[in-house]
Design a binder for this molecule. Structure first.
Ligand SMILES: C[S@@+](CC[C@H](N)C(=O)[O-])C[C@H]1O[C@@H](n2cnc3c(N)ncnc32)[C@H](O)[C@@H]1O
Length: 227
């Protein structure tokens, strides 16, 4: 995840960034799974309410699928991603508010003290962070918030038959899937499925209050700064 370093795992490509760069055009097919439509409607509604009138920093925005929803109610959103190929797609969308800006940005390189955003949003990125890097990830994002600001994450629950099976678990408990693009190329992708208790443990010593919600296929995590 950190930087653009490529790794090989046997014959399998193991580079998350290349995987998402190559998957850009087919990325949103994941949002067409029939069994997930009711949950997705709930997620869209949740995000519209959560970011109403907020100044939002979105990390790892991908093709702007959630940016579009958040832009319906927020006061401003800076949508960022490390991959130019997904940002190019995000920029082709129509955004209701006209208050959307894009930037090519590696969130690991965000400045330490920014403190200007009401909210930071990360959709389906938590699952791609190594467990040992989560404290640093949260600290970096927390540093972008005004006092009492909020971090909001959404991501997948593991549901047998709907998710790609877990192919491997490493010594730290990180789980990996083998993902195939339409052209047949296979990648081994880090994909963790955290539980509420794991997140509780993780934030125990951080100045964050936690709200955890589960739908059938997704979880929603809100972390409220208390400085
Ligand atoms: C699973 S996709 C999620 C895209 C979008 N948030 C969504 O939910 O539809 C993960 C995204 O994270 C981006 N990404 C991975 N590492 C990143 C980093 N260090 N900084 C910024 N973006 C990153 C990838 O380019 C990819 O677009």
């Amino acid at each position: 995840m950190n930087g653009k370093k490529k790794m090989k795992f046997g014959n399998m490509k193991q580079d998350l960034l290349t995987y998402y760069e190559k998957r850009a055009k087919e990325y949103e097919l994941i949002y067409q799974k029939p069994e997930r439509q009711s949950d997705l409607t709930q997620l869209h509604d949740y995000l519209k309410t959560a970011f109403e009138n907020k100044k939002v920093l979105e990390i790892a925005c991908g093709t702007g699928y959630w940016t579009k929803t958040i832009a319906e109610t927020c006061s401003f959103i800076l949508a960022t991603d490390i991959n130019a190929s997904v940002l190019a797609i995000a920029k082709t969308k129509n955004y209701d508010s006209g208050l959307v800006e894009f930037e090519e940005l590696d969130f690991w390189l965000l400045e330490n003290e920014n403190n200007t955003y009401d909210s930071v949003f990360g959709g389906f990125i938590w699952s791609h962070i190594l467990k040992k890097n989560l404290p640093r990830f949260l600290t970096i994002l927390q540093n972008q918030l005004i006092a009492n600001g909020e971090l909001i994450f959404i991501d997948n629950k593991y549901v047998e038959g709907s998710n790609t099976p877990i192919a491997r678990t490493d010594a730290d408990g990180n789980t990996y899937q083998i993902r195939k693009l339409e052209n047949g190329t296979e990648y081994e992708v880090l994909k963790n499925f955290p539980t509420m208790d794991e997140v509780k443990d993780l934030i125990r010593d951080m100045n964050l209050e936690m709200k955890w919600m589960e739908l059938d296929y997704y979880w929603i995590l809100k972390l409220i700064e208390s400085r």
